[in-house]
Write a protein of this length. Sequence first.
Length: 131
Amino acid sequence: MNSLFLGLITLAVLVLAGFVIYFIIDLKKTTASLNRFIATTEDVLQPTVDELQMTLKSVRKITDDVGAVTEDVRRMSGSLKDIGDNVQKISEAVQEVATESITGATALKAGLKAGFGYFVKNVGSKGSAQR
């Protein structure tokens, strides 16, 4: 009976050793396949990674350029505002001069009218007195 149990245990150990050996061989094949996959993936991904780096550099440059253009637009906007303020001041000055001119012209007209009326009245009365 002991020899039967010993034979069964030996058979079980041999079967187990066979499965372990098969498992180790299969694991070795899987590891080799995984290594090939990693190498292939690395070869395929490297150009993509390089292109991504170039794209990021381009995006960074564009962003910097946009920042510079934005600053230029901001300066130009400030200059346009200054020009607008200056035009408004000039317009106000011209309007003031025009108002003063109209007032002066009105006063001159009134003065001329009064003077001419006085002249006609006095010349007219002296002319009739001399006759």
